[in-house]
Design a protein around this ligand. Structure first.
Ligand code: GDP
Ligand code: MG
Length: 371
């Protein structure tokens, strides 16, 4: 009895080899995938074939039963392969577990990644830590370098001058999107005031936030105070008409309803309205107060709306600025503005790399001064 194992990627070639070695009477008694190939996605076949050549392989087999020799041999081989399969199963599970841990994306991994770091790096986003690790000498030292904020600032994408109408196309439309209560209407009013009063631009306001009755009144109040024309739109068609009727404006600011960003129907409806407005720049509002998983979800779920830049709102309502590390770890979308209060139009400032790095490293300026 001859028994042989054949491994290779081509079943055809394995069959040829078996026929060549063991003859046409050979029987394939096991068919499977070899080694770790089943876990690593590269199919490598393993065939075990037997052929009775009349030789005395029988000494390998127990003589306890009267079954034909090749059957006993197969029983022995079966047991061996069962044990082997169980071992491979265990190895496969280990490989899977190691791969998942190595990805370093979960909060558990974040905790581990930051465990040995000094404050405040301990709670930074793991992906952000991966980006900065080894890039800034002395970042994690007890005595960090004096220009650390400048150096760290390089890792926060910002759009320092979010210009309106800089490409000569008028009107430039800026739409504000983001979760409910993220500060869209308030921020729109701040920008409208800034661009109309300080930059002397001719600003028009469109609101598509007809979802809540009070929302239209809220923005109308601001528009009236600033002496700006305003249009309410209920559909993509109306949005197109409103843009058309605002042809004389330098810039159009468009407010949108905050919808549940996990609801694909609501998000597609919003996208339809945005698509009716061109040329469009979309600002996504991300409150600094959001917990990190929610912040990541906000970024991911709004990718459909292809935001051009971010506004980090409510920076005054938190004393922890890890949110910036989450944003920089999650996306390359630059931060254009920060808002730091409810006052219109005062509480908004253009984002700078250094300001963000200082917030992340040292917290609020007032707090620093008081300390
Ligand atoms: N503390 C603070 N509150 C803000 C800021 N921006 C907006 N808000 C408040 O957040 C609430 C929701 O703002 P709103 O503009 O209506 O959000 P919207 O639902 O996204 O349009 C209001 O009470 C705003 O005054 C900010 O930067 N800081
Ligand atoms: Mg609103």
């Amino acid at each position: 009895m001859k028994i042989r194992s054949y491994k290779g990627t081509s079943l055809e070639k394995l069959h040829e080899a078996i026929a060549r070695d063991l003859g046409p009477q050979a029987m394939i008694v096991h068919r499977g995938q070899a080694g770790l190939s089943r876990f690593l996605g590269k199919p490598r076949h393993e065939l075990i074939a037997v052929a009775d050549d009349g030789s005395a392989d029988a000494h390998l087999i127990s003589h306890a039963s009267g079954a034909p020799e090749w059957k006993k041999l197969l029983t022995v081989q079966d047991r061996k392969f069962e044990a082997l399969e169980a071992a491979l199963e265990r190895v496969g599970r280990d490989v899977e577990r190691l791969t998942a841990c190595g990805a370093g994306r979960s909060d558990a991994a974040i905790a581990t990644a930051g465990a040995n770091l000094p404050e405040p790096m301990r709670s930074w986003d793991a992906r952000f830590l991966e980006k900065v690790r080894g890039q800034i000498p002395g970042l994690f030292a007890a005595e960090p370098p004096p220009d650390l904020a400048e150096e760290l600032g390089e890792f926060f994408p910002v759009q320092e001058s979010f210009r309106v109408g800089a490409d000569g196309r008028r009107p430039r439309i800026v739409a504000l999107v983001g979760p409910t209560g993220s500060g869209k209407t308030t921020t729109l009013s701040k920008l409208a005031a800034k661009w109309s009063l300080e930059d002397h631009l001719n600003v028009g306001v469109i609101t598509a936030d007809t979802y809540r009755i009070a929302a239209v009144d809220q923005i109308r109040e601001y528009a009236t105070l600033l002496g700006l024309e305003m249009k309410v739109v209920f559909s993509a068609g109306e949005a197109r008409q409103a843009v058309e009727s605002f042809r004389d404006k330098d810039v159009i600011l468009a407010d949108t309803p905050g919808r549940n960003f996990f609801d694909p129907v609501a998000m597609r409806g919003l996208k339809g309205i945005l698509q009716a407005m061109s040329p469009l720049r979309t600002l996504l509002l991300t409150p600094a107060t959001l917990e990190r998983q929610t912040l990541r979800a906000v970024i991911r779920q709004h990718a459909l709306l292809a935001p051009d830049a971010l506004v980090v709102t409510k920076t005054d309502e938190t004393r922890s600025y890890d949110a910036f590390t989450v944003l920089a770890g999650e996306t390359d979308c630059p931060v254009a503005f920060l808002t730091n209060g409810q006052r219109v139009p005062e509480d908004i400032l253009p984002a700078t790399r250094k300001a963000i790095a200082e917030l992340v490293l040292y917290g609020m300026r007032e707090e620093r001064a008081a300390a």
